[in-house]
Design a protein around this ligand. Structure first.
Ligand code: KG4
Ligand code: ZN
Length: 362
């Protein structure tokens, strides 16, 4: 492990190159010191993984290796910048699939060494967490502290974000992540991969009141989440229909499942907002992030929950909810302008919980 270091420079930030390769998106972006997006490119590996019904780590790593170099060059060309115009390079260095993380972080370090630039090893969860601070989303960027509801394929957590590198976990899932539940139910319904968006699409044609699925954890204190009981209930319903499972059934099951998830998330968000207010009385922002935050029903449910507690919901545009490199470049800006960078001996970490980050003093 290599500790970060104070690079002693707290002046105006030059643009930062961000690289994201933690899962199945090969993405690069350049963001300037004021949070303006100068260029962004993203290459999804959907076609490579679709035949396997999920992300195959080895295929993902090889695809990142194949595409990343061109992707970065194209992004720099779009931004109209040379590497020497940059203030630093930021690359996702964990958590995620180790092969992709190694490709992205080593590439980023290479650009940093060759151009004598500082390197920032970005925690992917912090990148989702700080997206709301991009000045374009909230006037001047979301001020600390705010409540983050992170809903991705691998994580479902309620977190008080109190500063750069500063997070207090209020609760999270005790079993599946929200995105994982969407993906598993989509598989049961024999929908295309990736499951979340396919399930949302078919749910539009369904009746959300047809199946009374359980709402795990609802009305319990705290903001822990659980989805495995709900998933099992869906599996039993699908099994009961057997070969008679029509498209109409599948649409109704999808809509009823989605309604149950939204009810659970809204209930948990209300408790999380109360917990947030207890600790930080001035807090009034609920930020949602991660792939599941692109779901329209989830956004509507969380918006209503936020309003019921006098909070404002900040939901980034859909392209910034799922994995992207803008959020990675932005963490680079946030950290570098506080005088923070990482050593070139920083090893990529497949596991890297938010609580392991060091607080960066303002
Ligand atoms: O944040 P993300 O892009 O990658 C991770 O860091 O995990 O999240 C991906 C997850 C997947 O489980 C995907 O099915 C889910 O987000 N997802 C959705 C939607 N779009 C993506 N779930 C429900 N509705 C959607 N529209
Ligand atoms: Zn993510």
């Amino acid at each position: 492990m290599c500790p970060g270091q104070d690079i002693g420079w707290k002046g105006t930030m030059k643009p930062v190159l961000g690289i994201e390769t933690s899962c199945d998106e090969t993405a690069a972006a350049v963001v300037d010191g004021e949070g303006r997006i100068l260029a962004e490119t993203i290459l999804s590996q959907l076609a490579e993984h679709a035949p396997f019904g999920g992300v195959v780590p080895e295929i993902a790593a090889r695809a990142h290796l194949h595409y990343l170099s061109d992707q970065v060059c194209q992004t720099m060309a779009k931004a109209g910048l040379a590497f020497t115009d940059l203030g630093g390079v930021a690359a996702t260095s964990g958590p995620g699939l180790i092969g992709g993380l190694i490709v992205g972080s080593q590439f980023g370090k290479g650009v940093a060494i060759a151009n004598d630039l500082p390197f920032v090893a970005v925690n992917h969860l912090e990148a989702h967490a700080l997206t709301a601070r991009l000045p374009g989303l909230v006037e001047g960027g979301a001020p600390f502290p705010y409540l983050l509801f992170l809903l991705s394929g691998g994580h479902s957590q309620c977190i008080a974000v109190t500063g750069v590198g500063q997070h207090v976990r209020l609760g999270g899932t005790v079993d599946d992540a929200a995105g994982e539940a969407f993906d598993k139910v989509a598989k049961l319904l024999r929908l295309d991969w990736p499951g979340g968006p396919a399930l949302e699409t078919i749910a539009m044609d369904g009746d959300p009141a047809r199946y009374k699925f359980p709402r795990p954890m609802i009305r319990r204190p705290g903001c822990e989440l659980s989805f495995s009981g709900l998933k099992t209930a869906v599996a039993q319903t699908v099994a009961r229909q057997g070969p008679d499972l029509t498209r109409e059934h599948r649409a109704d099951i999808a809509a009823s499942f989605q309604r149950a998830v939204v009810d659970v998330l809204a209930d948990r968000a209300v408790n999380a907002m109360d917990m947030m207010r207890d600790r930080f009385p001035a807090a009034n922002l609920l930020v949602v992030a991660g792939g599941v935050a692109s779901n329209a029903a989830v956004r509507t449910g969380l918006n209503e929950a936020a309003q019921s507690r006098g909070f404002r919901l900040i939901a980034p545009p859909i392209r910034l909810c799922s994995d992207n490199a803008v959020m990675v470049a932005w963490v680079g800006v946030e950290r570098l302008r506080l005088g923070w960078s990482d050593g070139l001996d920083f090893d990529a970490r497949p596991r890297w919980p938010l609580d392991a980050l060091e607080a960066i003093p303002e």
